[in-house]
Design a binder for this molecule. Structure first.
Ligand code: ADP
Ligand code: MG
Length: 300
């Protein structure tokens, strides 16, 4: 079931085209990654979805309702976390969490809220003006996850969080999914999205350049292999699918096209494998490939 649908969305700021025909579909129960470098158009897309910006053309719908016309109705069932959280300097973190929850109009489960405060190792008694960026981020995250939402819209929500808190965040997202919610998660940190998301869309300069499940996108990526063998491997550089070879004595490091992996391992194994390490393809690789070759177009 489609929960969120963006079709041919275009947003111009004066003469500048920030979004150029963006299409996105998020289904119910899905964690959807929205990946792109800074300035690609992630927040602009999200602001249109939140009804904070009016599109120039195209449509943005959530729950089948129009993001601009029906914003009030939509907001009853969504939770939003921005990447840069602004708080009231003279309220405490705990007061702001309560205020955010009140603004969402949800009934608060105190035990759930307290559990999150503990998990995020957050001190809610301090005035907001004293909080670091990471702590301000926690305020918004705790308020978001302390109550159910049909859709969580998270715009680079973990900027400023340390790796331990990143893990807490990930468990919150997975719990939300288990509860049947959907999540739109924007990021320029690819590893975080990769671990969580069912499907991803990659945006660059206001255009979606790739979208699909990670499995669908994996064929585009290369796996890094490091092998150490008893005997020198004959002519490994010429084996199909092998790239960027670095060889030292009988130790080899190279990239392999996903589809050639089996063949390459069979080839290598004839030389007496002493050690074999592989690093899974990351979205980073995929991303870099998109930059290669498209950089000179410069389009708009
Ligand atoms: P991202 O969130 O992916 O980093 P944004 O959506 O914030 O990117 O920005 C996309 C592009 O639109 C950027 O070039 C940004 O400078 C521009 N932009 C965003 N908001 C405005 C605005 N209110 N006025 C003019 N340009 C804007
Ligand atoms: Mg942004």
């Amino acid at each position: 079931m489609t929960l969120l649908q963006v079709s041919q969305l275009t947003k111009k700021f004066g003469g500048f085209t920030a979004l150029d025909g963006v299409n996105l579909t998020v289904n119910k129960g899905e964690i959807y990654g929205f990946i792109g470098p800074n300035g690609a158009g992630k927040s602009t897309t999200i602001r249109v979805l939140l009804g904070l910006l009016k599109s120039t053309s195209g449509t943005a719908k959530i729950f089948g309702l129009d993001a601009w016309e029906d914003a009030v109705e939509i907001h009853k069932k969504i939770a939003y976390v921005p990447g840069d959280v602004n708080l009231w300097p003279n309220l405490t973190g705990g007061e702001v969490i309560d205020l955010f929850l009140k603004m969402r109009g949800v009934t608060v489960d105190s035990a759930r809220k307290e559990k999150l405060i503990k998990q995020f190792d957050f001190d809610p008694t301090k005035k907001c003006r004293t909080y670091s960026k990471g702590n301000r981020q926690k305020v918004a995250l705790i308020a978001a996850f302390a109550a159910d939402a049909d859709l969580y819209i998270l715009d680079e929500p973990t900027s400023g969080l340390d790796p331990l808190m990143e893990r807490v965040f990930q468990s919150c997202v997975l719990e939300a999914k288990e509860a049947g919610s959907s999540v739109l998660l924007s990021s320029h940190i690819l590893s975080e999205v990769e671990r969580l998301c069912d499907r991803v869309a990659i945006i660059r300069e206001g255009q979606i350049i790739e979208s699909g499940s990670l499995a669908e996108l994996r064929h585009l990526t290369r796996i890094q292999l490091s092998v150490e063998t008893k005997r020198a491997i004959d002519d490994i550089a010429s084996v199909k699918g092998v790239h960027d070879l670095e060889a030292k004595e009988n130790a080899y490091t190279f990239q392999v096209d996903g589809e050639s992996l089996g063949e390459v391992i069979r080839y290598v194994s004839d030389f007496g494998v002493k050690k074999l390490e592989s690093a899974p393809p990351t979205l980073e690789d995929l991303f870099m490939r998109h930059y290669e070759g498209t950089q000179s177009e410069g389009g708009k």
